[in-house]
Design a protein around this ligand. Structure first.
Ligand code: 3PG
Length: 307
């Protein structure tokens, strides 16, 4: 079988080496398409691929249509909003992700973002400490839990909101459970977002929630830009000169944000949450193993779609 790794933002070399070893040891062939800048290159490369490993690369209906031999696609990572699951299901292609494999890298970045903003982007202006502040974790999944755990080491109080996880499970970690999103935002000096993009979450973080944050509040986004209502973000940052926003996924209106709000906002030049050797190795090798196991035994653990 031909396994294509298509990564616009490549894995570290050591991860690619590990993926190759796993794929070839199972008797398959590895093909690489890295740093492509035109989606046409992906359409060409998938033509004869039996399996596909991607990161945030968009697997659209066109890609699925071009990939006549495709049986499985694995998103090496957690969020799978880049996969057209309907198109994949219609073509009877199994879609998987590798949950948890890159979570620590994202969690470390989220906590470092809090330090960076508390210290005014490392300018000499007097900053503040994380100790004693409250962190609100919005969605207590793999990343949210790790963020909470690291932040405890800074002496922060942690509160979380996650309607999909029983309160007892969250409380067992020494984390307070907010009864509503409104309570989470009203109580937290920092909010760290760990929600996926869904029809329900799209544009859901806006004026109503952010205006509730205590003085000096900071929103930390290592999730997705689509969950933010960007126009309302501008409005609240304009009205509340104490609020801050830091993101790993530049907003569509990032230039406007930077110009208007200076050191109160920051966006990384390119999404870097999962860009560590460790995360690349964990997620990349897991993806390769899941594909080889699927071909060898039909194992569909981590399958995201049903058909
Ligand atoms: C994820 O959903 O796993 C993260 O957003 C990482 O995305 P990346 O692989 O494109 O860095």
């Amino acid at each position: 079988m031909k396994v294509l790794v298509a990564t616009e933002k490549p894995f570290a070399g050591v991860a690619v080496k590990g993926i190759r070893e796993i794929v070839e040891a199972a008797g398959h062939e590895l093909a690489l398409l890295e740093k492509y800048t035109d989606s046409k290159d992906l359409l060409k490369a998938v033509k004869d691929a039996d399996a596909l490993i991607v990161r945030s690369d968009k697997v659209t209906a066109d890609v699925v249509a071009a990939a006549k031999n495709l049986k499985i696609v694995v998103r090496a990572g957690a969020g799978y909003d880049n996969l057209d699951l309907d198109a994949l299901s219609a073509a009877k292609v199994v879609a998987m992700n590798t949950p948890g494999q890159n979570s620590n890298a994202v969690a470390e970045l989220a906590v470092s973002f809090m330090v960076y903003m508390s210290r005014n982007q490392y300018t000499p202006a007097t900053g503040s400490e994380l100790k004693g502040k409250t962190l609100g974790v919005q969605a207590y999944g793999n990343v949210g839990r790790l963020v909470a755990n690291i932040a405890k080491g800074f002496g922060m109080e942690i509160m979380a909101f996650d309607p999909f996880i029983p309160a007892e499970k969250i409380e067992a970690d020494g984390v307070k459970v907010a009864s509503s999103l409104e309570e989470l935002y009203s109580s937290s000096n920092f909010i760290s977002l760990h929600i996926p993009v869904t029809p329900q979450t799209k544009g859901s973080i806006g004026y109503a929630l952010l205006s509730r944050m205590p003085k000096g509040g900071c929103l930390v986004n290592t999730a997705r830009k689509e969950v933010i209502n960007e126009a309302e973000l501008v409005k609240v940052l304009t009205e509340r000169e104490d609020l801050k926003y830091i993101t790993d996924i530049a907003a569509d209106n990032q230039a406007e944000l930077n110009e208007k709000f200076g050191v109160r906002v920051f966006a990384t030049p390119k999404k870097m949450g999962a860009q560590t050797s460790e995360a690349n190795i964990n997620a990349g090798l897991a993806a390769a193993r899941q594909i080889c196991d699927f071909f060898a035994t039909g194992n569909t653990r981590f399958q995201l779609n049903r058909f």
